[in-house]
Design a binder for this molecule. Structure first.
Ligand code: HEM
Length: 424
């Protein structure tokens, strides 16, 4: 299971059905790709389910931020953070995004005529966008420090998640010490950025400012520095690797479907010509949006979410005891033949307005569901539309032959060996 968790669950599902019990040491895990069951856990009866062990490991990096917290504390934080993602603020963030993407396209231009790893490229641009959207006024050096220490820390946590016993080895082989050092560096940069902003008269149109100025409904107070630190690191972590993987996989699908690229280019010509889209244009790029939706169906960046039952529960005859874990298999649900006709084929038309309406509820969950739906979903969608448009306006991509393309399901679904393409 820890060798290839994705294949493990897909094969078990074929053998045992859409909902089955999977014995793992110390916990009873119920796996499901049944939309109604996922809806029960994530939405209808969500109060009985909390984020469990997997999220406790994530806390090592993310602290007690929106992704990892539970109960009333989570609810308070969510209410505080939600307005940062309202339309007016998204428009400001979109401008930061546009400038950052433009600078990235200029740097990519220098690689024309060479082989690139599109997964690595997409990670670089989305990290840049996330950092600039969070801390628009920080120095390049600080942004690079955040990126490097965060990447190391995330790798540490991913390994710990996939193998609970590895933490013992970490103590001996020095990785724990290195991890602590990375976290300290990260803390210092983020806390320094917060303090600099607190002492400045100037306002910036970024997430740090929006989260810093927001006040709790009950007390009218603002977040303290440590909580703000947790939320900033959470946003950076949740907000770039997911979009990067979605983009890399979508481009992988696109190089194999030139007819779809042609349709996208027609739409780009009609809506924006050779300009990058503005905030108002995004809504009109409907076909590009369908392509992204379909890319995330086949390769959902968050391939599964888990919840731990607080009290016992039952769903259609399945008894769930307190402390059982229910694992919602987003990847498996997206590839079910009975839910998606010819499920393994790449067909953006299944996401046109009419077809979308007839999709069974909670069968398509790239952003999760229920009250803990991704807070950054609109941010991510406009970011991905912007990057895809910019890339197709400027470049052509060709897949390098004879390479192994494989999925690696860590916290997000990554291409294990990258995806190499010729850029022209
Ligand atoms: C393609 C891009 C993205 C995907 C596929 C994605 C997916 C998800 C999913 C599935 C969840 C729910 C996790 C669960 O229920 O356990 C989630 C939560 C979250 N996401 Fe995203 N996300 C993306 C982009 C972003 C961005 C850009 C941001 C921030 C700028 C962000 C911030 C968050 C936060 C803070 C949460 C926790 C929300 C809560 O529990 O209240 N995400 N995301």
């Amino acid at each position: 299971m820890s060798k290839n968790i994705l294949t493990h669950f897909s094969e078990k599902e074929k053998e045992l059905g859409y909902t089955f019990e999977n014995p793992v040491p110390t916990v009873r895990l119920i796996s499901t790709s049944e939309p109604d069951f996922m809806r029960h856990v994530l939405q209808t009866n969500h109060r009985n389910y909390k984020k469990g062990r997997a999220y406790d490991v994530l806390k090592l990096v993310l602290g007690n931020g929106l992704v990892t917290s539970n109960g009333q504390f989570w609810q308070k934080q969510r209410r505080l953070a939600q307005p940062a993602f309202h339309k007016k603020n998204l428009e400001d963030l979109f401008n930061v995004m546009g400038q950052t993407a433009k600078a990235y396209f200029v740097s990519l231009d220098k690689k024309r005529g060479t082989e690139i790893d599109i997964a690595r490229e997409m990670m670089a641009v989305t990290a840049r966008i996330a950092l600039k959207s969070l801390f628009s006024d920080n120095t390049e050096e600080d942004l690079n420090t955040v990126y490097d220490s965060m990447t190391n820390a995330q790798r540490y946590v991913s390994d710990a998640l996939n193998n609970p016993f590895i933490q013992i080895a970490y103590l001996v082989n020095g990785r724990k010490r290195a991890f602590k050092k990375d976290m300290k560096v990260l803390d210092n940069v983020v806390l320094k950025a917060i303090s600099k902003r607190r002492n400045s008269d100037q306002k910036h149109p970024d997430l740090l400012q929006m989260m810093m100025d927001a006040t709790y409904e009950d007390s009218n107070e603002q977040m303290n520095d440590l909580q703000l630190r947790d939320e900033m690191i959470t946003m950076f972590s949740a907000g770039h690797e997911t979009s990067a993987n979605a983009l890399a996989w979508t481009l992988y699908l696109l190089v194999q479907h030139p007819e779809i690229v042609t349709k996208m280019k027609e739409e780009i010509n009609r809506v924006v010509g050779d300009q990058l889209p503005g905030f108002q244009d995004i809504r009109q790029l409907t076909y590009i949006r369908q392509v992204i939706d379909e890319g995330m169906r086949l390769y959902p960046p968050v391939w599964g979410v888990s919840r731990t039952a607080i009290n016992e529960d039952e769903f259609r005859g399945v008894k769930i005891k307190a402390k059982d874990v229910v694992f919602c298999q987003i990847y498996n649900a997206h590839r079910r033949e009975d839910l998606f006709h010819k499920a393994s084929s790449f067909n953006p038309d299944r996401f046109n307005q009419a077809a979308k309406k007839s999709m069974p509820k909670m069968s398509y969950l790239p952003f999760g569901g229920g009250p803990r739906l991704c807070i950054g979903n609109m941010f991510a969608l406009m970011e991905m539309q912007l990057i895809l448009v910019g890339l197709l306006q400027r470049f052509d991509f060709k897949l390098i032959e004879d390479q192994i393309i494989d999925m690696e399901a860590l916290v997000t679904l990554r291409p294990r060996y990258g995806i190499k393409m010729m850029l022209s």
